[in-house]
Design a protein around this ligand. Structure first.
Ligand SMILES: Cc1ncc(COP(=O)(O)O)c(C=O)c1O
Length: 394
C-alpha cells in the first residue's frame, strides 16, 4: 500500500503541525475544565487560554477589539449567526456566485421564509467579481453584502478592500467569508473595511475541526438568534448584549481553541507569506503539468496572481467522481470531487451538468514529489480514457 498523498487541504488541512497534536493532548489532560465558569486555578488557566487565543486571532485579523472576536464551531455556524442576525423581512442582500452553501443556503432560507431579496453577482471569465457590479446592485434597503474572499473551487481571491470601501461609502455592512484565506493571506479588517470576518479553524489556521468564529466590527449590530449560558450574570433573563458573550453560547470548544492556539503559533513562526509562497509554487507546477495533458481542462487558472493553492479540472468524457476514485484507489491520492458545496460556481464554469470537477488543494506539507506523482497519475488516467475512446471509434 503506497503512503497517502493528501491534496485535499481546502476541505481541511492534514496533517496538522506536530505542536497542534502535542498541545491539544497536553492541555486537555492537564486543564480540560470549563473555562470562565469558576474561580479555581485550572478554570482561570483555561479561561486565560481562551482570552489569549481571542486576542491573538483578533490581532492577526487586524481587529482593534479582542472581545469582538467570537468563537463558534466553524464558518457555517458563524455565517448562520451573522446572516440571520443581520437580515429580516423587507431587506435586500447582495452576494456572489462564488459563495459556498454556508452563505447561499441561509440566504435562500431567508428569501423563502422572510421575503428577503438577494442579488447574485457573477464573476468574470478569470474568476473575479467586479466591485462596480456590486455597487450597481445596491438599493436603499440593502442591508448586507456577503462576499467570498478565496474560492474553494477556482481559487481566485476577490478585491475585498475595494468592495469594502464602496460598502462603507454606502453604509452597507460587508460580510467576508474567509474560510479559505484565513491563515493563507494577510487580512486586515480595518484597512479592508470588513464588518464581519468569518473564519474556520481547521483549514489554514491548522486547528482541529469544530472550532471557528468571526470578528465583528464596531458598526454592525447582529441580532440574537440564539440565547443561553455564558457563565456571567446568570440572573439576567435575556442573553447578554456585550461581546464576546453576545454571540457565544454555552461551553466553548476549549480543546478546539487549544489546537487553534497552537496552529496559529506554528503558522506565525513559519510565516503566512512563506507558507503561501510554498503553496503557490506547487499549484503553478501542478497547473503547468496538468495543462500539458490532452483531454484535461482547467478552470480560471491562466493567471495565478490573486489566487490560493486550489485548482479544479475535468477529464474529457469522464465523470469527475470516477477520476477521484481512480486517483484514490490506484495512486493513493486524496482529492475532492463534485460540486464542492458551491453549486453556482460550477454552473458558471459549465461543470454543473457533468457532475462537477476534481479539486486539488495543496498545503504546507505537500512537496514537489507529491505534485509530480499527481500529474503523472492524471496523465495516465486521461491517456487510458483516450485510448479507450480511440478503440471504440475504430
Ligand atoms: C468558502 C467556504 N466557505 C465556508 C466553508 C464552510 O466551512 P466549515 O465547514 O468549516 O463550516 C467552506 C468549507 O469548505 C468554504 O470553503
Amino acid at each position: 500500500m503506497q503512503p497517502l498523498i493528501y491534496i485535499d487541504n481546502a476541505a481541511t488541512s492534514y496533517p496538522k503541525p506536530e505542536p497542534v497534536y502535542a498541545f491539544m493532548d497536553q492541555f486537555f489532560r492537564r486543564c480540560g475544565v470549563n473555562p470562565g465558569r469558576s474561580g479555581y486555578d485550572l478554570c482561570i488557566e483555561a479561561g486565560h487560554l481562551v482570552d489569549e487565543t481571542r486576542r491573538a486571532l483578533a490581532a492577526f485579523f487586524g481587529g482593534r477589539h479582542a472581545e469582538r472576536l467570537v468563537f463558534g464551531y466553524n464558518s457555517t455556524d458563524a455565517l448562520n449567526l451573522a446572516i440571520f442576525g443581520l437580515l429580516g423581512p423587507g431587506d435586500h442582500a447582495v452576494t456572489t456566485t462564488l459563495e459556498h452553501n454556508s452563505v447561499l443556503r441561509p440566504l435562500y432560507h431567508l428569501s423563502r421564509d422572510q421575503g428577503v431579496e438577494v442579488d447574485y453577482v457573477p464573476f468574470d471569465a478569470r474568476g473575479f467579481v467586479d466591485p462596480e457590479a456590486i455597487r450597481a446592485r445596491l438599493r436603499p434597503n440593502t442591508r448586507l453584502v456577503a462576499v467570498n474572499h478565496g474560492s474553494n473551487v477556482i481559487g481566485t481571491v476577490q478585491p475585498i478592500a475595494d468592495i469594502g470601501r464602496l460598502c462603507r461609502e454606502r453604509g452597507v455592512p460587508l460580510l467576508v467569508d474567509a474560510s479559505q484565506t484565513a491563515g493563507k493571506l494577510a487580512i486586515d479588517v480595518e484597512a479592508m473595511h470588513v464588518d464581519v470576518l468569518v473564519f474556520t479553524g481547521h483549514k489554514s489556521l491548522f486547528g482541529p475541526t469544530g472550532i471557528g468564529g468571526m470578528y465583528v466590527g464596531e458598526h454592525v449590530e447582529i441580532r440574537h438568534t440564539r440565547a443561553g449560558g455564558t457563565g456571567v450574570r446568570s440572573a439576567q433573563r435575556d442573553h447578554l448584549a456585550e461581546y464576546p458573550h453576545r454571540l457565544e453560547y454555552g461551553t466553548p470548544n476549549l480543546h478546539g481553541i487549544a489546537g487553534l492556539h497552537a496552529g496559529l503559533e506554528w503558522l506565525q513562526a513559519r510565516g503566512v507569506a512563506s507558507v503561501h509562497e510554498h503553496e503557490m509554487a506547487l499549484i503553478r507546477r501542478l497547473r503547468d503539468g496538468l495543462r500539458a495533458i490532452g483531454g484535461v481542462t482547467l478552470y480560471c487558472q491562466d493567471d495565478l496572481t490573486d489566487h490560493i493553492g486550489v485548482l479544479v479540472f475535468t477529464v474529457d468524457a469522464m465523470d469527475p467522481a470516477d477520476v477521484g476514485t481512480m486517483l484514490d484507489v490506484d495512486y493513493s491520492i486524496a482529492t475532492r470531487t463534485g460540486l464542492h458545496c458551491a453549486p453556482l460556481v460550477h454552473e458558471q464554469i459549465g461543470t454543473a451538468d457533468r457532475r462537477g470537477a476534481v479539486r486539488f488543494s495543496v498545503g504546507p506539507f505537500n512537496t514537489e514529489a507529491h505534485i509530480d506523482t499527481a500529474i503523472g497519475a492524471v496523465r495516465e488516467i486521461a491517456g487510458t480514457r483516450r485510448a479507450a475512446s480511440a478503440r471504440t471509434a475504430s
